[in-house]
Design a protein around this ligand. Structure first.
Ligand code: HEC
Length: 566
């Protein structure tokens, strides 16, 4: 038996909208709708009525538009902030051309020959829940699954425009464009200014190496401790670690430090994502990497310990040691951040691992390491662990709580760092459909996801009356970008106007900001520059100077010397 949970063309034909078009005339019709909707403003109120009318369009079957979520497609309540008019038109005319992150359809083949298609909404140890195009939630026992893959085709069917006239299509687009979030909402006043000014003279991004040395999708950059001219660069997909050596008056060197490639899982945000040197690297040569591997058929975020050679210029080739292993629920938000704190302990960041909206409440679940920042002591082992739990961790001895956890309530902590002067832990946490946030995280705190996204309430499913949710210092809406990359507090030059400024950016929009705060309340935020490539990470060297890791292959040094933070 073959069952496709989902939209079938038959349903659409039954809906009465289809002629037997050839592909050519389909393209032509699409173009007609496209051109018409570009030219015609449309009436948002009428578009809303269409959106909600099941007999006219099927939109509301798969989308909420009021922030409730829970259907097969993304909630559209801020889609007008996310997309301009042209992109909105394409999203409806060509759903598969660009599939919203986390809303790809999974195709599951069962051992009994069924094929089930839908967007993953929940995963337990034994089951997977899919929501199909008909809006029905189906639970599948994992033991029944033969094969699971991600479809390249959106669950949103093509040809929906043909259920409406060109005029109606323009109205629908006008409605989507009107779905914006008010910038003046009270709760956002503190840390979400409606406009962000730029400094007069932007910082300059200077390529740190020749173009010939370009890296393949680098994800992390850092200085090798004790070696003033040696840096490591991690290649996300290939799993290679390169040594970049700056040589006075000579060509820079680029040599392979370690190839973790074989066996790492690639694709999406999986791969090789982070590295941290042991605080006593110069003595013990130990360093740690965050990497994804499939273990027993499941994607794991691993923290591995490895040894560098005596001279620190390459990996020693000795077998590494697995420190921590966290299983992913679905195919997003795998963490990837590793940083040693000023206390000598290793902080490990982990995302909620999906699915979108975290309906299972991973980030609030105290028994899981997902959606948390852990703090572990890698200088010893205890019980069945490859590390020790620091005795002053906040949840040691607390029933129903993992003792590794330092703080909870994160969606995908993408890059965190400690202020070298104050010791504050700064975290950039990637948001759902609306807000990106950066905040300062302290011992035992709950940073809110998925009860809050940025400053705004997100879901009450996991809200607990006892919990206190800590707000970010700053959050920004889609207008400024869809994916935050946390950075560093600049401390290289105490005389600089940037001294004490937290510098971070948006991956996709490539904007770099600087901000200051007091008691975790935003004081000042400025756009300080724009990077030539997508900002996947920031890096820091021994003197505290900052770098941008451009995902298209280039490391840039941030030159602040001609700019003023004012
Ligand atoms: C069968 C379910 C289904 C129906 C019906 C449907 N959609 Fe979708 N829609 C989805 C899914 C799943 C996605 C995410 C995958 C993608 O980007 O294609 C999506 C994505 C979108 C996006 C892009 C959102 C983003 O954040 O990237 C827009 C806009 C959209 N749909 C509008 C509509 C409109 C308007 C209608 C009605 C004409 C509609 N959809 C009908 C399932 C559906």
């Amino acid at each position: 038996m073959k069952m496709i949970l989902g939209w079938t063309m038959g349903m659409l034909v039954a809906g009465g909208a289809f002629a037997q078009d050839t592909i050519d005339s389909g393209e032509r019709a699409r173009n007609e709708y496209r051109q018409f909707a570009i030219r015609t403003a449309g009436d948002a109120a009428q578009g809303r009525a269409l959106f909600l009318a099941p007999e006219k369009t099927a939109c509301a079957q798969c989308h909420t538009q009021d922030g409730r979520g829970g259907k097969a497609g993304p909630d559209l309540f801020a889609v007008g902030d996310k997309f301009g008019r042209k992109d909105l038109i394409e999203a409806v005319l060509n759903p598969s051309a660009s599939i919203a992150v986390g809303y790809s359809a999974s195709i599951i083949e069962t051992k009994s020959g069924e094929e089930i298609q839908g967007v993953v909404k929940g995963v337990t140890d034994d089951t997977i829940q899919l929501i199909g195009a008909d809006g029905a939630l189906v639970e599948i026992q994992k033991v029944r699954i033969l094969n699971q893959r991600i479809s390249e085709v959106s669950l949103m069917p093509e040809g929906l425009h043909r259920m409406v006239s060109r005029e109606e299509f323009a109205n629908l687009i006008a409605y989507l464009a009107s779905l914006r979030v008010s910038e003046n909402a009270d709760l956002m006043n503190r840390g979400m200014p409606a406009t962000i000014e730029s400094i007069k003279k932007p910082v300059v991004l200077r390529p740190f190496h020749s173009d010939a040395l370009r890296f393949e999708n680098p994800a992390w950059f850092g200085a090798v401790p004790g070696l003033p001219n040696a840096f490591l660069v991690l290649e996300h997909m290939l799993g290679k670690i390169w040594l970049l050596e700056k040589r006075q008056g000579a060509e820079d060197g680029k040599t392979l430090f370690l190839d973790l490639g074989p066996g790492i899982v690639q694709g999406g945000t999986r791969g090789l994502l982070g590295l941290a040197f042991h605080p006593r690297f110069h003595e013990n040569h130990r360093y740690y990497v965050a990497v994804h591997r499939v273990v027993d058929g499941r994607v794991m975020t691993l923290t591995l310990e490895r040894w560098a050679s005596e001279d620190g210029l390459r990996d020693s080739g000795r077998e590494g040691r697995e420190i921590l292993r966290i299983e992913a629920a679905t195919n997003v938000h795998y963490g990837g951040g590793l940083v040693f704190g000023p206390d000598g302990f290793l902080y490990v960041g982990m995302g909620d691992t999906g699915p979108q909206e975290d309906p299972m409440g991973n980030a609030q679940n105290r028994l899981l390491l997902r959606g948390k920042i852990m703090r572990i002591d890698v200088d010893g082992v205890e019980e069945e662990r490859a590390f020790r739990i620091p005795s002053d961790n906040p949840f040691v001895g607390v029933p129903g709580m993992r003792p590794e956890v330092w703080a909870l309530g994160f969606r995908e902590p993408w890059r965190f760092s400690f202020d070298a002067v104050t010791g504050d832990l700064w975290v950039g946490d990637v948001g759902q459909d609306l807000y990106e946030e950066v905040g300062i995280v302290r011992r035992g705190e709950n940073h809110g996801w998925n009860v809050y996204e940025g400053f705004a309430p997100f879901s009450n499913l996991r809200r607990s009356p006892e919990a206190e949710y800590v707000a970010p210092v700053f959050a920004y809406s889609r207008k400024y970008g869809p994916s935050v990359t946390g950075g560093f507090v600049y401390r290289a030059d105490p005389e600089s106007s940037f001294n004490g400024v937290y510098i971070f950016g948006d991956y996709e929009k490539r904007i770099i900001w600087g901000l200051t705060q007091e008691n975790r309340t935003l004081k000042k935020i400025r756009q300080i520059g724009v990077a030539p490539q997508r900002i996947v990470s920031f890096g820091i060297d021994a003197s505290g100077e900052l770098y941008v890791v451009g995902y298209e292959g280039t490391i840039y040094r941030i030159d602040l010397s001609d700019s003023v933070f004012e």
